[in-house]
Design a protein around this ligand. Structure first.
Ligand SMILES: *[C@@H]1O[C@H](CO)[C@@H](O)[C@H](O)[C@H]1NC(C)=O
Ligand SMILES: *[C@@H]1O[C@H](CO)[C@@H](O)[C@H](O)[C@H]1NC(C)=O
Ligand SMILES: *[C@@H]1O[C@H](CO)[C@@H](O)[C@H](O)[C@H]1NC(C)=O
Ligand SMILES: *[C@@H]1O[C@H](CO)[C@@H](O)[C@H](O)[C@H]1NC(C)=O
Ligand SMILES: *[C@@H]1O[C@H](CO)[C@@H](O)[C@H](O)[C@H]1NC(C)=O
Length: 226
């Protein structure tokens, strides 16, 4: 049952980001009339290179806003960390200067460990300088622990700390997930550190602060929320 819950959870990852770019900077990027990729319409400050035609949409602007249209079905925002997987954009609100993305790198946690195991990065370090994480997100924290730390974490009987069932390259026996962690302005989430465990932090939308239960019904609702 636990396995199913985590799989369901994956599809709910939706991480709103805010644009930090100013209107003046946007002007320089102009010249790209609205274009779409899948159901997302792309216009300044975003621009993209069409893989099929090799054509650039708009004058290339700030690299943080360069997208590729993957398979004609969804726009991809690259990670600013080389050799790490970026983000799929699910929607963009130009008026609110915000966008909602799925961190594709974290989806790899739910795939079977394959021959290549890329290192995981905190979502925040993969973002370009022009984007920041909306503080309305709550965070999921993935822990990869040593054996001693695993025993200690399991003994905590902390109901927000759930033993993972599938963790890609990380041995799931030693992995935990914590949900519903509020935004930390200091960015270090020190209050949630577990000794002997590496932590990876992933902001998600779709949980309200009171609703941190890991019950299956909540995850179902998260899917429906997108
Ligand atoms: C590519 O797009 C087609 C048609 O939109 C879709 O059926 C297919 O699932 C997509 N492939 C991938 C890998 O996303
Ligand atoms: C994107 O879609 C989600 C789910 O429908 C919604 O909650 C969110 O406000 C939307 N974000 C933007 C930037 O439009
Ligand atoms: C997980 O932790 C173990 C023990 O600390 C370490 O050997 C392993 O490399 C870590 N795995 C990943 C993917 O970080
Ligand atoms: C995962 O860790 C457990 C407990 O430390 C160990 O018994 C098991 O052999 C490990 N599995 C793999 C595939 O390394
Ligand atoms: C992710 O962020 C946490 C909290 O700031 C930090 O403790 C951890 O070392 C970071 N992990 C990586 C791989 O950068």
């Amino acid at each position: 049952a636990m396995h199913g819950r985590f799989l369901i959870f994956v599809w709910a990852w939706c991480l709103p980001l805010m644009l930090v770019v100013t209107a003046a900077e946007e002007q320089q990027v102009g010249g790209c009339s609205a274009k779409s990729c899948g159901s997302v319409s792309i216009s300044a400050p975003f621009w993209f290179a069409d893989w099929q035609t090799g054509r650039l949409c708009g004058s290339p602007g700030l690299p943080d806003f360069e997208l590729t249209c993957y398979n004609g079905s969804h726009p991809l925002l690259p990670s600013s960390v080389p050799y790490s997987t970026g983000f799929a954009i699910t929607n963009i609100s130009y008026g609110e200067r915000s966008l909602c993305v799925v961190d594709l790198g974290k989806l790899e946690l739910f795939q079977d460990a394959s021959d290549r195991c890329l290192p995981l990065w905190n979502t925040s370090v993969k973002l370009g300088r022009q984007l920041r994480i909306d503080p309305i997100n709550l965070n999921l924290i993935f822990y990869n622990c040593t054996e001693e730390a695993t025993a200690a974490a399991a003994a905590r009987r902390d109901r927000w700390l759930v033993h993972a069932t599938t963790m890609g390259c990380v041995n799931a026996s030693n992995a935990f997930v914590r949900a519903g962690v509020p935004y930390d302005p200091a960015g270090d989430y020190a209050g949630y550190a577990l000794e002997g465990c590496d932590a990876i932090i992933l902001p998600v939308l779709g949980m309200s602060p009171g609703e941190t239960s890991t019950g299956a019904t909540d995850y179902e609702q998260l899917i429906k929320d997108g």
